[in-house]
Design a protein around this ligand. Sequence first.
Ligand code: BES
Ligand code: ZN
Length: 443
Amino acid sequence: MTQPFEDLFAFLRFPSVSTDSRHADDVRACADWLLAKLADLGLATELHETPKHPVVVARNTHLPDRRTVLIYGHYDVQPVDPLHLWTSDPFQPEIRDGRIWARGATDNKGQMLAHVLGVEQTLRENGELPVNLIFLFEGEEEIGSPNLAAFLHQQRDALRCDVVAVSDTGMVAPGVPTLGYGLRGILCCDAILRGPKCDLHSGLFGGAVANPAAAAARLLASLHFTDGRVAIDGFYNSVRPLEDWERQMWSEVPGVSDADFLQVTGSPSLFGEPGYSSAERVWARPTAEVNGIGGGYQGEGSKTVLPAEAFIKLSFRLVPDQSPLDIMQQVTRHLVSHCPPGVTVEVRPGHDGKPYLTDPNSKFGLAAQAALRTAFHAEPVLIREGGSVPIVQTFREILGADTLLLGLALADAQIHAPNENFPVENFEAGIRLNQALLNELAR
Ligand code: BES
Ligand code: ZN
C-alpha cells in the first residue's frame, strides 16, 4: 500500500466517536496521531484543550503579502451502530470495489486528510506552500461544535485569514466537481410527554387517563400539514425564496433528479413540500424531522401497559434567513399549545447552527471553481447543501471570512450509516484539489 493509504488507514483505525464518552481516549489518541502527522510535514503544531475534545492547529511560516487560507475539518466520527449491518469492521478499513470502507472514510477523515496529504505533496515538490496556511481540525463537529465558537473568539487574531476551505460536503455524482455555496442550518430539540405517575395496567386504567405515547403521536402529527408543509406558526416567515437562476441552474445538475433521489434513498416514492423538486426541497427549503420517538414496551411479544411517559427527538433544517433562536421559540410554542389533554410536555432545546449562503462567483469562489476544474478535468457544478456544518457561518461572523465548500462526499457514501465508504478516486482527486486550490488562491 502506498503512503497516502497507509496514512488514511491509520487515521481511520481510531474509533474517534465524539458523542460517546467511552471513546474519549480514542478521540484524543486520534488528535495526537494527527498532530504528529502535521509536525512531520514541518508545520508548527498546537494542541488546544477544550472542555471536551481537543482542537488541532497547524501552520507553515507565514509571510506578509501572501494570502492566508484556513482549512477546516473534523477528526471525530459518528457512532457505528447498528454494527451488525456492516460488511467489514468499521474501524478496520478495507478497500473493496474501488472504495475505502470505514466509519469516517468520507465524513470527514478521508476528505480532510486529502488536504493534509496535498500539502505534504506540494512541500515535497516545491519545498514551500504558495499561501500562508492554517489547518484547524476539531473533534466535536458531529456533536454540534459546542466549544469551537469560543475557541475562535479566543484565537481570533491567530486565526485571521482571507478565506476558509472545507471538504465536508457533497459531490453530486462521481467525477462531477461540486462547489457548495450554501448550507442549511439546524436546530435540535427533545420533548418528554408525561402522564400518570408510573406505568399502568392498560386494562385497569386504559380509557380513564391519557396515554403519553398516543399523545406523542398526535403532537408529532401536528408538525406537518398532510401535504408535507411544516405547520408551525411563522415557520416560513423569514425564508428567502429561491432565485430563478438557481432553479434553472440546478435543473441541469447531474445526479440530483427526482429519479436519482428515488434510486439513492430506496423509498417507495418521494414526498415533500409541494412546488419544489427534491434538490430544491433539500438545498433551499426548511424542514421539520422526527429523529426519534419512544415510550412504552419495546420488547418481544406484547405487554399491556399504559406508559408513564414518552419522548420525541426533533431536528429542524433551516435556510437563510431563519434564525435558530426564533425557530426554537416557535417550536416550543407549537409543542406546548398542541399538547393533547391529559399529559404535560417538557421541551428541551438542543444544539443549533445558522444557515450559510455565499456567492459562488466571488473572487475566491472562482478560484475554487478553477481548482475543481484542474483536479477533476471537468466543469464544476454549483449547489447548496442540505446538510449542516454550523461552524461555517460562525467563521464568517468571528473571522470575517467566507468558506469554500469543496465537497467529495457521494450520495451513496453512507455517511452516518453502516458501510460508510469513500472512493479511492475521490481521495486521490482530493489531494490534487488541495494542491490546485492553494495555487489558485495564491493568485
Ligand atoms: N459532513 C456532514 C455534513 C454534510 C454532509 C453536509 C454531506 C453536506 C453534505 C457533517 O459532518 C454533519 O453530519 N453535520 C451534521 C451537523 C450537526 C451534527 C450539527 C448534520 O448535518 O447533521
Ligand atoms: Zn457528519
